[in-house]
Design a protein around this ligand. Structure first.
Ligand code: ADQ
Length: 413
């Protein structure tokens, strides 16, 4: 049984600039993912499923969409006062208008830590798609009598420059940590991969408080860049190997180590392939470790005819006759009119695709009306004149202006 008092800070202020235009009006954690989720739902579900339920979500840029999502989806229980997900805007403690960096965001909320007086403070990012039983990381932290534990996993060496890179001894004790090194060191005995921080930390409360105070005095603002390298000098830092984490219902090693930073349009698009297929690499269905999201009460989707292959349909969407939909995800309350062809597309909520339109490798953001007969995704040069096209040729139709509702503003009347 878990007896420690634990509070969590979820760092949800990421700008997601490489996800533009999906982040034009919302922060990265608020970007829709899969048939009905937002990116932030994954870390929140992991915390709640791990029975860590005192959760502060630290937001910053363009947070309205995230605030609305949390209000509609993440009320845990009005009867249990210590169990909540609360959005915390910047406190402007030092007269500055924004959180200056990840550790500064927590520094500005040290009052919340004092109020709860927890044994441990969990600081997790909000930008990744994965399942993790955080209780196992807590147990690891306590067994090692660690001051700080960093969740980590092997990444290909060519990608390693974007991460905090760790060298650890066989027991997990961190011997070196470098934030985004130009020449990352490979894992001993594995020249192809480096051991990367997932940006998820567990701190002993007193160690965190002292480190935040010191960092603030020195004008330092970032966990990876400042706090961890400094603590490494005279504290017990351990790396928790994510590959040892066992979530019920997960079968293969590939599924177990599934962790995706959907930070670019191509990574975002590719991660959607992982929720499709006969045996998805990341199966959204896992009753033993559910991913929670909005408790939308609309009906299921309605399909009138046509051919559907390997696709997901969100609630209250309508697919008309003569369509051909392949390897695509359609979110809620979308309307796909007669004879539409969709190949590898993500069609977001409240969008109407007009009769006979053909879309290939297109992300259509929410509230759009694609005109009948449109062709998008067949000629990158033409598409580029109207839309953003990713490096690998995925076209993104930005969020529609105003609030277009494909089925009417109150769910289809
Ligand atoms: P980065 O990828 O640079 O490195 P960062 O931009 O610091 O990640 O964002 C970390 C988390 O904090 C994200 O969830 C983001 O949304 C959020 N965030 C960013 N700025 C914030 C702010 N001012 N206020 C609130 N939230 C904010 C980090 C670590 C690396 C590690 C990678 C793993 O520094 O060591 O390898 O994450 O992805």
């Amino acid at each position: 049984m878990q007896t420690d008092r634990i509070i969590a800070f979820v760092m949800a202020g990421g700008q997601g600039s490489r996800l533009q235009p999906l982040t034009a009006a919302r922060s990265k954690p608020s970007v829709p993912f899969g048939s009905r989720y937002r990116i932030v739902d994954f870390v929140l579900s992991n915390l709640v499923n791990s029975q860590i339920r005192t959760i502060y979500l630290l937001v910053q840029y363009k947070s309205q969409s995230l605030i609305e999502h949390v209000r509609k989806s993440w009320t845990i229980s009005p009867l249990l006062p210590d169990q909540f997900v609360t959005v915390v805007p910047p406190q402007m403690m030092s007269g500055e208008s924004w959180f200056q960096g990840t550790s500064d965001a927590v520094y500005q909320n040290m009052g919340l830590i004092e109020t709860h007086a927890p044994d441990l403070v969990v600081v997790f990012g909000a930008d990744h798609i994965y399942r993790m039983d955080i209780r196992q990381m807590v147990a690891f932290h306590k067994e090692r009598d660690a001051d700080v534990t960093i969740a980590a996993l092997p990444v290909p060496l060519r990608d390693a420059r974007g991460f905090g890179i760790i060298s650890a001894d066989p027991d997990g004790r961190v011997e070196a940590f470098q934030e985004k090194p130009a020449n990352p060191n490979p894992i001993l005995g594995d020249s192809e991969r480096a051991f990367a921080s997932m940006g998820n930390y567990i701190f002993r409360t007193d160690v965190l408080m002292a480190a935040l105070e010191e960092a603030h005095r020195n004008g330092e603002t970032d966990f990876g860049g400042h706090i961890l390298p400094r603590l490494l000098r005279d504290h017990r830092l351990f790396a928790y190997d994510f590959a040892t984490n066992e979530v019920p219902g997960i079968k293969s090693y590939e599924q177990r180590v599934y962790w995706r930073d959907v930070g670019t349009l191509d990574a975002y698009f590719d991660a959607h392939k992982d929720v499709l297929g006969d045996e998805p690499v990341f199966d959204m269905f896992n009753p033993q470790w559910p991913i929670f999201s909005s408790n939308y009460q609309g009906p299921v989707a309605r399909v009138l005819g046509g051919e559907l292959h390997n696709s997901l349909l969100g609630a209250a969407s309508v697919v008309h006759d003569g369509v051909r939909i392949r390897d695509s995800i359609i979110r809620r309350e979308a309307v796909i009119e007669d004879d539409v062809e969709l190949d590898e597309c993500i069609v977001m909520d409240y969008t109407r695709i007009g009769r006979g339109a053909k879309l290939r490798r297109v992300i259509v953001d929410r509230h759009n009306h694609i005109q009948p007969g449109e062709r998008i995704g067949f000629d990158p040069d033409t598409d580029r004149q109207r839309f953003q096209v990713s490096e690998s040729g995925v076209t993104v139709v930005p969020r529609g202006r105003g609030s277009y509702f494909a089925r009417g503003p109150i769910g289809g009347i």
